[in-house]
Design a protein around this ligand. Structure first.
Ligand code: FES
Length: 263
């Protein structure tokens, strides 16, 4: 926030200086810690696909979302670093790019990791005028383009989710089936509550009532706007569930957990 817009009594100088009396530090702390845990786990998970004949990213009809869609390389070139020989490499750029340029992500990233500022009406780490998405941060404009692979991924993850109900002996329901069908639902709620998607369906129109298609777009825009109100919630719950889905498949594939078959 630009300091010139603050009431006099809330003007601050110096990192963390504020007249606020509430627990403003709580939000940057939990979001920073939560995201750091996810980054560490997902990096470790992506770089540890398991042995070639017994991968940890799939078990029966289950496939970890970190590795979907599955691109298998028959023989990596010798010069390719061993640590990067993982199918997740071909997949994770899309969801990570989508999340790392998300409008909500920017808010908590600036607050938590750049302390710029750490909260509304709280002194920031650097004293300068906000310059928007310029300079280094210009890559954030790619968000509207990352939306397309993100939507494609929703479809692929739904396919995986449905496939998780079809075992070698036919249709069935395992705990993993439920984990893997809840996951694309949450990812879809996150993806379709995106500000760029909202603009895609209802933006760039001067008149909503002028034609049938504009009226239809207005209806969809209204629904997306409802979802958009809780975009932060969908961001976190889908992020956590994706990590848990990979963890569940990994535990079952490693034989540490037994997949309980409900049906
Ligand atoms: S995914 Fe958050 S604004 Fe697009």
């Amino acid at each position: 926030m630009h300091k010139a817009t603050l009431p006099k009594e809330l003007e601050t100088t110096g990192l963390g200086k504020t007249a606020r009396k509430d627990k403003w530090l709580f939000e940057p702390l939990w979001t920073g810690l939560g995201f750091a845990i996810f980054v560490v786990y997902s990096t470790w998970g992506a770089l540890n696909p398991g042995p070639a004949g017994h991968p940890y990213y799939e078990w029966g009809p289950y496939l970890s979302p970190f590795f979907s869609p599955l691109f298998l390389v028959k023989a990596w070139p010798d010069w390719w670093p061993k640590i990067l020989r993982t199918p997740a490499l071909f997949v994770l750029w899309a969801p990570l790019g989508f999340r790392a340029t998300c409008y909500y992500f920017r808010k908590f990233f600036y607050r938590t990791y750049l302390l710029d500022p750490p909260g509304c009406a709280v002194g920031e780490a650097r004293s300068h005028n906000y310059k928007g998405e310029k300079g280094f941060f210009i890559y954030q404009n790619l968000h509207r383009w990352f939306l397309y692979p993100a939507v494609a991924l929703v479809i692929i993850l739904f396919y995986d989710g449905v496939k998780a109900f079809f075992f070698a002996d036919g249709f069935g329901i395992g705990v993993g089936s439920l984990v893997l069908i809840i996951e694309p639902i949450l990812i879809a709620l996150f993806t379709f509550s995106c500000n760029s998607f909202r603009h895609l369906v209802g933006g760039n129109l001067d008149c909503y009532s002028c034609s049938f298609s504009n009226r239809a777009r207005y209806q969809v825009w209204g629904k997306v706007s409802l979802l958009n109100r809780n975009h932060m919630f969908w961001f976190w719950i889908s992020l956590g569930w994706v990590g848990f889905s990979d963890f569940y498949v990994r535990m079952v594939a490693m034989g540490i957990w037994t997949d309980w078959r409900i049906l």
